[in-house]
Design a protein around this ligand. Structure first.
Ligand code: BTN
Length: 239
C-alpha cells in the first residue's frame, strides 16, 4: 500500500474524494490532525489527539460498481477486530461496521464512493481508531467510547498498529473482492455482539426494532420484529 501523510486536514475522507483522480489504487491517506472529521449518520468524528488513527484507504477495483464493494466496510471491520485481538482484547462488532470493546466504541468506518458519469472513480474507506486517549476526553463524546490504551493499560505504537492492520487488509483483499462476504462470514459472526438481542436499526429516516437473528451470506442483517415479521436489511446502522 502507498502511504500518504498529511500534517493537517479537515477530513481524510473529504481529501481522498476531492483528489481521487490523483490517488492510486491502495493509497492510504492519513493524518495526525483531523480538524473536521465526519462520521456516519451525519455525525462528526471527534479529534482525540495525534496518537490516534484518522485514515482513508483509496481503492479502485474496477470502473463499474459491484455488490461486493458494499461489504468492504465489513471486511475492514473484521480486519480491525483481528488487529485489536493481537493486543489481547475482545472486540465486538455492531452491524455493519462499528467496533466496541466492553460495550464502548473504539473504532468507526465511513465508506464513500466517487462516481462520475456512471463510472466508479474509486472507493474511500475511512476509519478512525482510538488508540491513545485520556478518559476525560472520551467522556466528552456523545456515546460511550474507549481507547486501546485504556483497555490494555499500555501506550500503543500508532505506526505499528497501522502497519499490522494494513498488512492484514492486503492479505485477503483480492480473494474478498472475488469471493465476497461469504469468505469472512464465519469470522464476522464469531465477533458479532448483537445476535439474538433486541436491536433498533436506522435505515435512512426510518427505524426498525426487533431481534437480530442472523447475518446472510451477503452480509445483510436478518431481523424479526414484535409482530413476527421478518426483515432482511442490506443497509442501515444498529443504534
Ligand atoms: C462512524 O463511526 O460514524 C464513522 C467514523 C469514521 C471516522 C473516520 S476518521 C478518518 C476518516 N475521515 C473522516 O472524516 N471520517 C473517517
Amino acid at each position: 500500500m502507498n502511504l500518504f501523510y498529511l500534517e493537517e486536514v479537515e477530513s481524510t475522507n473529504k481529501y481522498a474524494k476531492e483528489n481521487i483522480k490523483d490517488l492510486a489504487d491502495k493509497t492510504v491517506v492519513y493524518t495526525s490532525n483531523q480538524t473536521a472529521g465526519r462520521g456516519r449518520l451525519e455525525r462528526k468524528w471527534s479529534y482525540l489527539g495525534e496518537n490516534n488513527i484518522y485514515a482513508s484507504i483509496v481503492l479502485k477495483p474496477s470502473k463499474e460498481m459491484k455488490e461486493v464493494y458494499s461489504n468492504l466496510t465489513q471486511y475492514l471491520c473484521l480486519i480491525l477486530s483481528e488487529t485489536f485481538e493481537e493486543y489481547g482484547v475482545k472486540p465486538r462488532i455492531k452491524w455493519p461496521n462499528d467496533i466496541q470493546i466492553n460495550g464502548k466504541k473504539i473504532s468507526g468506518i465511513l465508506a464513500e464512493g466517487c462516481i462520475a458519469s456512471n463510472s466508479l472513480e474509486g472507493l474511500v474507506l475511512g476509519f478512525g481508531v482510538n488508540l491513545n486517549c485520556e478518559e476525560k476526553l472520551l467522556k466528552e463524546i456523545n456515546q460511550p467510547a474507549t481507547a486501546l490504551n485504556i483497555e490494555t493499560g499500555m501506550e500503543i505504537d500508532k505506526e505499528k498498529f497501522l502497519k499490522t492492520l494494513l498488512d492484514k487488509f492486503c492479505l485477503m483483499y483480492d480473494r474478498f473482492i472475488e469471493e465476497g462476504f461469504l469468505l469472512i462470514k464465519e469470522d464476522y459472526i464469531k465477533r458479532a455482539g448483537f445476535l439474538n438481542k433486541e436491536v433498533t436499526v436506522r435505515v435512512f429516516d426510518k427505524t426498525i426494532t426487533g431481534i437480530a437473528k442472523d447475518i446472510t451470506d451477503n452480509g445483510a442483517l436478518k431481523l424479526v420484529d414484535k409482530d413476527e415479521n421478518g426483515h432482511v436489511l442490506l443497509i442501515g446502522d444498529i443504534l
